[in-house]
Design a binder for this molecule. Structure first.
Ligand code: C2E
Ligand code: MG
Ligand code: MG
Length: 708
């Protein structure tokens, strides 16, 4: 067994005393400790030794020549001696003992009256006490800020007996009175959240084994009322001179009350706590090249719509569930948020506000691992949510930045993860993307598009083009589909595919959509009046699902119809099947209202969504538009031919009208006719045209296709 050697300086001008003391210490019968005694008989020499403070303990004679021991003691303390000083007094020195203790001596022994045991015990205790005081002082300094005195509960655990003292504040934080709760370690452990117990023990063991310089952990603890509170506990082991821990003592802070660091809704760390932790990671990466981390920036897709259409209470419930899924999908084994002084948390999930979350992950250095985690998160989040009896769906877009030395600050790496998130969103949502330098350019382009789009409506830059819808048998014109175009000041005519998704993201689709309805209604009414032959033409307007998330849409449409004087039966609305299916009662309700008013509802791009044909009958519909992709190659692909035929038959059974989209060739036209499809649109007849061309066409009363 390794012995611990205690170095002692005996300050005494009497050589006999030195020999006696050394003899006594040599006889001490403690297998784990040995003593080495140095002797100093000179005042100056002693001062030099105090200055260095290299001994474990000092034994000091009260009488040293002309010097008074009490003054020497004070001088030693003034010099900053940290190690214990034990005063050796003579028999006649009544009252010196108490004065010495008051002045700061660790103990006093009366010369000629102490045995080896007494001497050994006094030395050992003096050293232990000094160590403990030092440890307490250090930790007090370290935590002075966090502790703020009265708010922390104290605990003091005696390892030998398992007894543990909890201060009344410690108990009060959990809702208990002073006389409640037994002073046993089990009292504590029983209240720790099942998921946190394992690594709580692990953190204590690590500290007891000397692997961490202090014990520090965030975990959840059950209060008297049964609710869990988030606690931060810090502690220090106190060791005897042999290095054995016999006590552990510390503080407990209730983090649930630290609103400044935690998000009120989800109780996840908030932005500022996240910054604090990320800052540590960024710093550590600079000197510890073995350390790796990644930052995930996560934004829910379409959350605003949930909030707007279902209300904030539903939105909040959804966010709560998202938060807990995030935590669960990141928690490896039973760990919660790992956090101690040496080790950064292996993961921190924070809510930045709204539907934005950020994640700090330790130990991730390559793209593959990061994508693996992102996929796990996305799978967890895409499962249906059941909120207040309703089923909801949401997905998330995730941007990832891998920690590298180039990152000097928290802001830099967060910005890059944000850009990556933005890019994932622009690529079609429900995706993740890892930051790369090319993203800057693309994001800049997208941002400038967003900016330009803001000016477009007021600037009168939108146009409506009209694509004729024809009777496939007679070749007669039955109406138009209104399709928007953006006359961009520098880019020319921009396709709706390039800006409608952007307008949906920014919410501008609401205003743009209303403009389309009003403009199409106004135009059609004008054509009805100007071309008496075409009094029965109708116009179809595309509705984005965002528009159907606002209950006010119906009233706005009623207003538009009364302003323009168009009869509702001439106004049709096109919605995609996902819009109807994914969306809620509100969307259905609006569509029902519109049908009751006399407008017709068409399901657009039919066949590309995931609706089952059998559900069609329960939808508020009048017309079914077969998607262009089936029409385009249904001649050479028998699958498509089958689908088109089935759709037409089904529509007939359900008494729905059918429009075939994207007819480009005579052969397609013939085939559709033979299948009994009555209506169609496509380049074969006309591409979408601006109003002047449509007016020429109407003036000429020209048929768009020859009936045979
Ligand atoms: P959509 O509603 O399915 O419109 C049909 C699209 O197919 C139009 O593209 C049309 O130009 C194109 N098309 C028509 N016939 C043919 C053909 O024979 N061959 C081919 N290859 N294409 C044909 P466009 O005008 O670029 O519009 C694209 C999409 O943008 C529309 O698809 C619609 O979803 C959306 N959109 C257009 N205008 C509006 C609008 O005012 N509001 C909303 N929310 N969305 C709109
Ligand atoms: Mg359409
Ligand atoms: Mg379509």
């Amino acid at each position: 067994m390794n012995k611990v050697c205690i170095n002692i300086l005996l300050i005494d001008d009497d050589a006999d005393d030195y020999l006696i003391t050394e003899g006594l210490l040599a006889d001490v019968n403690n297998p784990s400790i040995c003593f080495k005694v140095d002797w100093c008989s000179d005042y100056q020499e002693a001062l030099a030794a105090f200055h260095e403070d290299a001994y474990d303990v000092y034994l000091m004679d009260y009488h040293m020549g002309k010097h008074n021991g009490l003054e020497m003691l004070k001088e030693a303390l003034r010099l900053g001696v940290q190690k214990p000083i034990i005063m050796l007094t003579g028999l006649g020195d009544v009252e010196v003992d108490t004065q010495a203790i008051q002045a700061g001596a660790a103990d006093y022994l009366v010369k000629g009256q102490f045995s080896e045991d007494l001497l050994e015990r006094s030395i050992r205790h003096a050293i232990e006490r000094a160590q403990m005081q030092r440890a307490l002082r250090e930790s007090e300094e370290r935590y002075a800020l966090a502790a703020k005195g009265a708010n922390d509960g104290l605990w003091d655990w005696k390892l030998s007996t398992g007894e543990i003292y909890f201060s009344s504040r410690w108990k009060a934080m959990l809702g208990f009175d002073e006389d409640e709760l037994e002073n046993r370690l089990e009292t504590w452990f029983e209240r720790i959240h099942a998921d946190d117990k394992g690594w709580f023990k692990e953190a204590i063991d690590r500290h007891l084994e000397g692997e961490s310089s202090q014990f520090e952990i965030e975990y959840r603890m059950q209060a008297k009322d049964g609710a869990y509170r988030r606690m931060l506990t810090r502690g220090l082991a106190v060791r005897n001179p042999a290095g054995k821990v016999y006590r552990m003592t510390g503080w407990q802070t209730d983090l649930s009350t630290r609103v400044a660091s935690y998000d009120a809704l989800t109780s996840l760390p908030n932005r500022s706590l996240f910054f604090e932790r990320l800052n540590r990671a960024v710093d550590r990466r600079k000197w510890d090249h073995g350390f790796s981390y990644a930052v995930f920036f996560l934004d829910l897709d379409g959350f605003k719509m949930v909030n707007d259409s279902l209300g904030h209470a539903m939105g909040d419930s959804l966010l709560l569930e998202v938060a807990s899924r995030l935590e669960r999908s990141l928690r490896a084994g039973d760990s919660f948020i790992r956090y101690d002084h040496e080790h950064l948390p292996s993961s921190t999930v924070a809510r930045f506000g709204g539907d934005e979350f950020a994640i700090l992950l330790e130990g991730i250095s390559d793209h593959e691992a990061a994508c693996g985690v992102a996929e796990r998160i996305q799978t967890a989040l895409s499962q249906p949510y059941s909120v207040a009896g309703q089923q909801l769906f949401t997905t998330a877009s995730i941007g990832i930045a891998i920690g590298q030395e180039k990152y000097d600050s928290v802001e830099d790496i967060l910005r890059d993860s944000d850009i990556a998130m933005y890019s994932a969103k622009a690529d079609g949502k429900a995706r993740h993307a890892i930051f790369d330098n090319h993203m800057y350019g693309r994001i800049k382009e997208r941002l400038s598009l967003e900016n330009d789009l803001r000016l477009a409506l007021d600037g009168g830059q939108f146009r409506l083009f009209y694509q004729p819808i024809v009777d496939l048998l007679s070749g007669g014109l039955v109406g138009f589909e209104a399709l928007i175009r953006w006359q961009h000041p520098t880019k020319g005519l921009v396709s709706p595919n390039d800006f409608i998704p952007v307008a949906e993201d920014t919410g501008q689709i609401i205003a743009i959509g209303l403009w389309v309805i009003e403009e199409a209604s106004r135009q059609l009414k004008a054509w009805h009046e100007r071309f008496p032959h075409y009094q029965d033409l109708s116009v179809s307007v595309n509705l984005s699902s965002k528009q159907l998330a606002k209950a006010s849409l119906f009233d706005e449409i009623v207003n538009i119809l009364s302003r323009t004087g168009l009869e509702p039966k001439y106004l049709n609305f096109e919605v995609t099947e996902t819009t109807i299916l994914e969306h809620t009662d509100l969307a259905r309700q609006i569509l029902e209202q519109l049908r009751t008013l006399g407008c017709r509802v068409k399901i657009d791009d039919f066949g590309t969504g995931y609706s089952s044909l059998s559900r069609l009958h329960s939808m508020p519909l009048d017309v079914l538009k077969i998607d262009r992709s089936f029409v385009m190659n249904f001649l050479d692909k028998s699958d498509n031919a089958g689908i088109v035929e089935t759709i037409i038959q089904l529509a007939r059974t359900l008494k729905l009208e059918v429009v075939a989209e994207g007819i480009e060739t005579q052969a397609q036209l013939q085939r559709l006719r033979s299948l009994g499809c009555r209506l169609g649109q496509g380049y074969l007849f006309a591409s979408p045209k601006d109003t002047s061309i449509i007016e020429e066409l109407l003036s000429a009363e020209r048929l768009l296709v020859q009936a045979d």
